[in-house]
Design a binder for this molecule. Sequence first.
Ligand code: TXA
Ligand code: MG
Length: 346
Amino acid sequence: MNTKEIKLNPENIDKALVAEAGAILARGGVVAFPTETVYGLGANALDEAAVKKIFVAKGRPSDNPLIVHIADEKDVLPLVTEIPEKAKMIMQHFWPGPISIIMNKSEKISDYVSAGLKTVAIRMPSNTVAREIIRAAGVPIAAPSANTSGKPSPTVAAHVREDMLGKIDMIADGGSCSVGLESTVIDVTGEIPTILRPGGITLEMLEAVLGDVHAGKGNVETAETPKCPGMKYKHYAPKAEVTIVEYKTDAASTLASLIAQAKQDGRTVGILTDGKSYAACAADFYIDGGETAEVYASNLFDALRAFDAKGADVIYAPLCWQTPMMVAVRNRIYKAAGNRVIYTEE
Ligand code: TXA
Ligand code: MG
């Protein structure tokens, strides 16, 4: 398949190109587009054949439900049986933005979208390119992250190109994604709202608005998070083996000995740094995540792909921060590491 690539400047969106993207979606095609979290792989959520194409392009297991994206709040009601009070509060405070709300689905949402669940996740992105494309399509858009299943989510169009060229109708390049991690997923179908996947809207931010919120299992990701099917699959995994080094004040000497050993074994080593210099550790490559959790979040997936491109066999990721955003960061990087972690007293 020929994949058309277009560029959209968020400051000055080309209406004709947006209309073209919208038309492809409306007639059942697949378009990758930027959001503030990660790039999405969009198709008409009301068209089963179109939704199936997403699963094929990603190689995604069919028991993993999709998030439905809308451009305007009024578009939620037809997709759900009712909008619970807590959902209204979340929408009012955090939409448009990086949070998906799980509600009971209406008959409009097929089992292909919800993977047979009675619920549907809905999100209104804040990224203007995303919203304009959805609006142009004139239908709700089902969109998982636009990566091949199992790989790190794409945060720039080049990542999407790597995974999707020749497999989808269009890639809309709208620059880099500001948050860089997928949306918070919150279930409001029960008594107390429950976070199923941590993201840019943190537990603390939600508690400030909603009162009681269950943190879910989001920060200790294991194979069993039954309510959010996607969490059980292999995720975010670069080719290199990732190991997290949790430290107290300084990871340098621990890293130096780990790296010396890895090199002795003939392995090429990278360090994903946390704003500090580990130059003395003698790694082969360094990529800096940044000096705050927010910056680190926005760089993480790109860094994982970049280490692969450089040919790293092993990546060490020193971490010590304990801020609200780190829950989402740790959730993703622990998965990338297959939960490989070393704790040091340093
Ligand atoms: O930021 C995001 O959410 C991005 C952008 C494109 O919007 N999308 C995204 O979609 O991350 P995806 O498919 O990669 O992840 C969706 C997650 C999966 O873990 C899935 O299992 C969960 O949301 N999910 C979707 N619908 C659900 C439902 N009805 N109940 C429970 N979990 C659901
Ligand atoms: Mg994904």
